[in-house]
Design a protein around this ligand. Sequence first.
Ligand code: PCD
Ligand SMILES: [Cu+]
Length: 805
Amino acid sequence: MNDQTMTPEERAANLKGMGSSRKRVEDVRFTQGKGNYVDDIKLDGMLFGAFVRSPYAHARVVSVNKEAALAVPGVVAVLTAEDLAPLGLHWMPTLAGDKQMVLADGKVLFQGQEVAYVVAEDRYVAADAVELVEVEYEELPVLTDPFEALKSDVVLREDLEGQTEGAHGPRKHHNHIFTWEQGDKDATEAVLAEADVVAEEMVYYHRTHPCPLETCGCVASMDKVTGKLTLYGTFQAPHAIRTVVSLISGLAEHNIRVISPDIGGGFGNKVGAYAGYVCSVVASIVTGKPVKWVENRMENLMSTAFARDYWMQGKIAATKDGKITGLWCHTTADHGGFDACADPTKFPAGFMNICTGSYDIPTAYLAVDGVYTNKAPGGVAYRCSFRVTEAAYFIERMIEVLAIKLNMDAAELRRINFIKADQFPYQSALGWEYDSGDYHTAWDKALKAVDYDGLRAEQAQRIEDFKAGKTRKLLGIGLTHFTEIVGAGPVKNCDILGLGMFDSCEIRIHPTGSAIARLGTISQGQGHATTFAQIIASEIGLPADDITLEEGDTDTAPYGLGTYGSRSTPVAGAATAMAARKIRAKAQMIAAYLLEVHDDDVEWDVDRFAVKGAPERFKTMKEIAFAAYNQAIPGLEPGLEAVSYYDPPNMTYPFGAYICVMEIDVDTGEWEVRQFYALDDCGTRINPMIIEGQVHGGVTEALAIAMGQEIAYDEMGNVKTGTLMDFFLPTAWETPNYTTDHTVTPSPHHPIGAKGVGESPNVGGVPAFSNAVHDAFRPFGLVQSHMPHDHWRIWKIANGLGMHG
Ligand code: PCD
Ligand SMILES: [Cu+]
């Protein structure tokens, strides 16, 4: 068959464009061990850097003695804060408007904090020398509880002493960072005072960590001859890193080239800047040699960005029939020793104000207090946009708690409070405009798919049997309907360090009709090389297989804010479609010229422009591409390329309905997920297979978080979960089977109607698992208990309810 005889549908299928489950093109490399990660980069004369870290969570650093370390053959340098101070690099700005020590300056504030940086000829020598650096500490009282920290006389941040204004307004106490308020406090309190029913609960979302398979690292290479610094690293935002490095080092931005090579998972962990980057750059400038720094697993878990640690006190008000009238939330946010949260500047608690969820709640109020403690800094998304999983967990727990209070079925309570399809665009009480949604359709589809009524009947029977002594296993049905907010973001209200959160795509069509596209984002496993080529294929009619995609090199890619917060599809995906449309507009003029008709007399048909009313007269995109390079077309420049910088008018609001069916053994606390159903609506679907993979990965991380994963500290501030022996990372053994499903409610403002999906499964998954545990014990009186629901904690619930005899 050729172009003449194929139907439009056949021609479209050939393109492998949007909607096609095209196989991931990047996997050919990865499955053959041909990936190129930071640790694969080996440069001539490369040195290695390693950190001396504090064993104490809070201590004064009395002295650092480098002598023994420097005497080890192969050790090139040992850097301390004193060495960095003359360069002004012993502290660095954080993404949240705070500053953070690069190397301990007088004291340490968390276990694992960087104290000195050893540079040596190889990694082993560096590790040996780390052991020989003698640091004298004087222990200080440790604060690991944010509520205690707000009452304590102990001043954690002596550098801020007496400073009553922070980056986000007044500070109430020397360990207080900010208060962030949204919504109407007085109106909400009035609604609570008059309500038929008010449910109140403390919902804790524990501290955890993204723990990507590849830890964080970089290679800094300063070429003293050209004056050019090349910085390879595991960066989720390479351009932002380039700008930050330029601003803090004083090197001109055009002399810095940042390259994110292949990344082995990011999950938010690789958004911010770490001491290792600064020290490696300094060491390379000082020694004139490339310097590599790669964390080990313990360092990654102990010192790089944590996630969550939100104590959310909630009150939810409703009428007797279950119509929600108001929501109140006060959150105490444990930020650790420095405020290094990765959120857009104006949102110190991220998009936590999406906590009214999928429900039409007329009145609401949210306040968040950020607090310093002796824990590692961070506060990254870990697969949930900015504090969206916290918000979704909060509201989905509050709904369950309210259902208990009303003695109502939790599925029905949700249904009567959903925002209705005809209410979109919907203005929420806490300030967001939800772009589109159809929650009732998704919910009914989900309940039907799992036979919800049948499950409840089975559960009722199980309770009978349990009471009759016939079984020791309970059945829990965990429900969740979540609304995400992704795609930061409109430049008017979203920036990071003053950089507006637009994104970009540049497409260059080659004469023979193939192309290269470059984006300001960076894949960490999401499959951008596969999916973004699909958008271009559908927009301009060239096969996806003929389109190369490149990200992560700031010397070639257009400026963009990177990949996190599921923003690539909503923002860079939109830029991709817009750039492609610019190309198509020029192609239309070329086609009209070639076909000797007016521009308006040709129309687009899958992969070609055809003369209106005469479809047999056409020019394919391939022909047009060639013409762009070999014909002198009056009034048109040669070539065929375009760039788009896209500032989205709004965020996108993906949503979903998740249901988890869990069996729980009351005697051992063991759990087993019998069924997990995930319905996602991410608007127009680019690649259904990749979406399914994203959902599998995200729900597995949700399972980890809800059922065991935790960064736990003892009272001394020691990290108790610094290895994968203690930090739960699910394997194929623990991971259940998932059933995925979807509805499609396109985003009205996105050029192709797509919303993000990468984070949704974590946002929806965590409450689904947790609600399943709670639901199993609901008939026996459980209202609220804290995650992670490991076997021990579940056993304790059963024990506390008197179920052990
Ligand atoms: N509608 C639609 C949407 C989407 N998609 C697809 O899917 C994916 C995803 O997307 P999104 O949602 O847009 O996202 P992004 O931006 O791209 O990414 C990001 C995300 O992503 C996720 N996923 C993943 N995967 C992998 N493999 N790895 C990784 O690392 C990761 N990470 C995670 C996270 S965490 Mo953050 O950072 O926390 O904030 S955020 C995040 C891509 O490929 C795309 O294209 C499709 O197809 N369709
Ligand atoms: Cu988050």
